[in-house]
Design a protein around this ligand. Structure first.
Ligand code: MTE
Length: 312
């Protein structure tokens, strides 16, 4: 199968203390940060960089864990359209053109619409959400995303009562992407509508306070922090609401290995390796994987009554 057992992280991949952590500490001591803290609520943590509307507010839904160094977040990637080695996307994804870019939202909706990416950026205030990301290959990261809830986009198109699922289709441009049939391109992913509408489900347009690098899924990608990383479709061009469970790229490639739900679950092993532990990028010792990647309090209720071994 294509997703491989994790390689050990080489010492050369471990970077010095994150510049970003320093920047956050500085901002917290600065006027904007101090004012936000004094008000006891979310405030403008930083002005937006060129290419994103601002200001960007810190989200109370962020984990307090230390973010993975930026260097690792942007150089250890899965984006198979640009190659299957972890370093390939950072080497090759510069060829991706992210303007002009549109995202069509259609299917079982009252108001189907094609959005320009610059309209999408202004649909809802941008937030910084620091989330754990747990890959099915048993490594993990903590990523400071910039984005907005997917629900804000879906509400624009009035989902019909018959809509039960959401299918995400990502760009496939063979002029800049792999022509090898590694997966059945274009890459597709899917969620149940209630998962898609959950406040934790994010459309990311940036990371580390800046525009999303191409290798991380520019200009817009999904982030579902309680599911394995492959649910987070990159460089989305179409979102379709349906009444039947959509096919997904990894489920089609290996149905016994990659289920539709793919909730992080330390009790359900991948057929070829355990999911009980994970290696946080930059750390040596493995840590225990948490049910729903640590987001159980917020999302376990979505699966009440389901057999999560059968519907993995
Ligand atoms: N999206 C597309 N279009 N193509 C891909 O190959 N890989 C997935 C997901 N989204 C993938 C994709 C996998 S396997 C993972 S683990 C995450 O992206 C990785 O996101 P990151 O590189 O930002 O960590």
């Amino acid at each position: 199968m294509l997703i491989k057992r994790p390689d050990d992280i080489r010492p050369s991949e471990i970077t010095p203390p994150a510049v970003y952590a320093e920047r956050r500490r500085f901002l917290q001591l600065s006027g904007a940060g101090a004012a936000a803290l004094a008000l006891g609520g979310p405030g403008a943590l930083f002005a937006a960089p060129a290419g994103l509307p601002g200001p960007i507010a810190p989200s109370p839904l962020s984990t307090l864990e230390e973010p993975t160094p930026r260097k690792d977040v942007v150089s250890y990637n899965n984006y198979y359209e640009f190659g299957t080695d972890k370093r390939d996307p950072a080497r090759n994804a510069h060829a991706l053109k992210t303007r002009p870019w549109t995202v069509t939202v259609d299917g079982l909706v009252g108001k189907p619409r094609t959005f320009d990416i610059d309209e999408i950026l202004k649909l809802a205030p941008l937030e910084e959400r620091i989330y754990r990301l747990r890959c099915v290959e048993a490594w993990s990261m903590v990523v400071p995303w910039v984005g907005f809830p997917l629900a804000a986009l879906l509400k624009q198109v009035d989902p019909l009562g018959s809509a039960k699922y959401v299918e995400f289709t990502t760009l496939y441009d063979p002029s800049v992407m792999s022509r090898l049939p590694v997966l059945d391109w274009p890459y597709k992913e899917g969620l149940r509508l209630d998962e898609a509408m959950h406040p934790l489900t994010l459309m990311a347009v940036g990371l580390y306070g800046d525009v999303l690098p191409n290798q991380n899924g520019a200009p817009v990608r999904l982030v579902v922090p309680w599911k394995y990383g492959f649910k987070s479709a990159k460089s989305i061009v179409r979102i379709r609401l349906t009444d039947t469970q959509p096919n997904t790229a990894w489920n089609d490639a290996g149905p016994s290995e990659y289920g539709f739900y793919s909730n992080v679950n330390p009790d359900v092993d991948h057929p070829r390796w355990s999911q009980a532990k994970e290696r946080r990028i930059g750390e040596f010792l493995k840590r225990k994987t948490l049910p729903f990647n640590g987001y159980a309090d917020q999302v376990a209720g979505l699966y009440a009554g389901m057999d999560l071994r059968a519907q993995f």
